[in-house]
Design a protein around this ligand. Structure first.
Ligand SMILES: [Zn+2]
Ligand SMILES: [Zn+2]
Length: 204
């Protein structure tokens, strides 16, 4: 097997699912085959599989299990990891130690909270946490206090949409608030809404 193909079998670090966890999606898909599941090391992968070009999509590669002959598309572990992180960030809050190379880099505070990972740092500010691995302090963000309204459950969504349109048109804060004609939108609420929108933009 060529070195470049063998590299696709190298497990990638996956701190988002747990400390010291790695991940490799390329192995025999046949549960009845002894090669089903991860191999011990790259040499083992080279012994178990051969890589061929896909007949239909010429840029794709497939790996064939030497034991049971089942073939599967060779996947990029890096891309799968990136896709996982992207979807995860859309579905649950996400914050991680900002220090590069730290053992907690990529590990989500909201999923791995504890005295050996992330812990409280400031009695007066509940949003400041400390990375226990490297000591970096950082903010995990404060609640924006944009409450919903039971009588008008779609109200916040509507306000955010209107404010987003105004910001895109380049309207100033006062003009925008006047145009909204919405007693629920005060200056602080407006600013929090803009902050919320900017967070959403960053996520995308
Ligand atoms: Zn097999
Ligand atoms: Zn850290």
């Amino acid at each position: 097997m060529k070195d470049i193909d063998l590299e696709a079998f190298r497990p990638v670090a996956f701190p988002e699912i747990g400390p010291d966890k790695t991940f490799n999606a390329n192995f025999c898909r046949n549960p009845m085959c002894p090669n089903f599941g991860p191999a011990a090391d790259l040499d083992d992968y080279a012994d178990r599989y051969s890589v061929v070009r896909d007949d239909v999509i010429r840029t794709d590669r497939r790996y064939v299990c030497k034991t049971c002959r089942l073939s599967s598309r060779l996947l990029s572990n890096e891309s799968l990891h990136a896709a996982y992180v992207w979807f995860k960030r859309q579905s649950i809050p996400f914050a991680t130690c900002p220090a590069e190379g730290c053992g907690n880099a990529g590990v989500n505070v909201f999923e791995h909270w504890g005295p050996d990972r992330y812990w409280y740092d400031n009695r007066n500010r509940s949003d400041i946490v400390r990375c226990v691995k490297c000591g970096t302090r950082f903010s995990i963000g404060q609640a924006l206090r944009l409450h919903g309204d039971r009588a008008d459950p779609k109200g916040m969504e509507r306000r955010l949409t209107a404010i987003f349109k105004h910001v895109r048109l380049g309207l100033g804060l006062r003009t925008s608030i006047a145009l909204l004609e919405d007693p629920a939108v005060s200056e602080p609420t407006y600013l929090r809404a803009v902050e919320r929108l900017s967070c959403k933009m960053l996520d995308y």
